[in-house]
Design a protein around this ligand. Structure first.
Ligand code: SF4
Ligand code: SF4
Length: 366
């Protein structure tokens, strides 16, 4: 899938933010209408039926509601990634949208200078949008408390799914990320699945997870999560309306609601406000291409892969070289940005300098 980042504005300043480097760039703050229309055209040419809007905080774009209207007029279903700091007009607008053509992923990670205020605003989003909301959480440390997720789901009647992300590094950047010290089990991940199963909630994982983060027993008893199912030939033409399974995934896998956790690192293709395309935010310093006037996402994916893959080590750990998960095709070596961290210094040259400081207050420069 491809995402459209319509703005660099964001009032949250999460230390793990995977877009941190890009948000601080002195480039277009808000995507212009002509760039947005070109991005929608790119999605159409790529065969996507869903427009996925992110930022920054996409609801802060001054034309946020108009952009949703434009995408809906072109027949797209809308999926919005939000941190929950949403203005009342934007919230009311989203609340009036039909359920079958709109949903919102609420990133609930509880990092904020003003946690109480953020929490109450996120609850307000849940209260207002109800089942249109899927909760998401980014895990930054092994001891993170996540129990509130299930409580919110019950309290506000939210979509019974939770998207779990892991804080990945921005290669060449300076975000805080989940530190992995060799292939080790991270109990919090299994625990979330277990609680989800008990409570009838589908807990699913974003890109960057690997089988070695789970116990052998867990991997063996959850083969549906770790082994890519056979895809029926006729299913390959289907477009799923579920968004959660598309984050960081290759188009060939979009037909399945159940995907192998260890092979989810592929160029997502994020279209930035100025119209440049990156493989994903974690690799934003490696390569960017202008939004193509013709062609589709697959062409960009090929270009990113051709340039990056030959340079990367086999996996994120030294142990990957003799890992049986890798040999059995259950893992492709983990997050490419983590793999790039293992390269000799300067083996990959960043495109641009890391901005001196994260910009905390972005003003409209369009
Ligand atoms: S290949 Fe590496 S990252 Fe993947 S499961 Fe094995 S040790 Fe973990
Ligand atoms: S490099 Fe791969 S796993 Fe890492 S953030 Fe990007 S898509 Fe996800």
């Amino acid at each position: 899938m491809a995402n459209i980042s319509i703005t660099r504005r964001c009032l949250r300043h999460c230390s793990y933010c995977f877009a941190r480097h890009e948000l601080a760039q002195d480039l277009a703050t808000d995507m212009l209408p002509e760039t947005y229309e070109a991005a929608l055209g790119f999605l159409e040419r790529s065969g996507f039926t869903e427009a996925r809007l992110l930022g920054g905080e996409p609801t802060e774009h001054p034309l946020f509601c108009e952009y949703i209207d434009r995408a809906r007029k072109r027949g797209f279903r809308i999926f919005v990634f939000s941190g929950g700091l949403i203005s009342q007009p934007a919230l009311e607008y989203m609340s009036a949208l039909p359920m079958d053509s709109f949903s919102l992923l609420l990133n609930t990670t509880t990092q904020s200078n003003d946690l109480e205020n953020l929490g109450s605003q996120q609850r307000q989003v849940c209260r207002t949008l109800g089942a249109k909301v899927t909760l998401g959480v980014n895990i930054c440390s092994p001891n993170q408390d996540t129990t509130y997720l299930f409580n919110w789901m019950d309290e506000y009647g939210l979509c019974p799914r939770i998207r779990v992300g892991i804080a990945n590094p921005i290669w060449g950047g300076n975000n805080e990320f989940f530190q992995l010290r060799g292939p080790r089990v991270v109990p919090i991940f299994e625990r979330l699945v277990t609680i989800g199963t008990e409570r009838g909630v589908n807990v699913y994982f974003d890109c960057g997870f690997t089988p070695c983060m789970f116990s052998r027993d867990f991997v063996d008893s959850h083969s549906d999560m770790f082994v890519l199912p056979e895809i029926e030939p006729e299913a390959s033409t289907l477009q799923t309306t579920n968004s959660y399974d598309l984050v960081g995934h290759d188009q060939k896998q979009q037909t399945s609601l159940v995907e192998a956790i260890g092979i989810r690192c592929n160029p997502v293709v994020d279209i930035l406000p100025e119209g440049d395309c990156i493989a994903c935010y974690a690799l934003s310093r490696f390569r960017r291409f202008p939004l193509p006037l013709g062609g589709s996402r697959n062409d960009l994916v090929r270009s990113f892969n051709d340039e990056l893959l030959p340079m990367l080590p086999m996996g994120i750990h030294r142990e990957c070289a003799y890992c049986d998960y890798l040999a059995r095709g259950l893992c492709d070596g983990g997050c490419r940005a983590r793999r790039a961290l293992r390269l000799r210094p300067n083996a990959l040259i960043p495109l641009d300098k890391e901005p001196a400081a994260e910009r905390h207050h972005i003003h409209d420069n369009n």
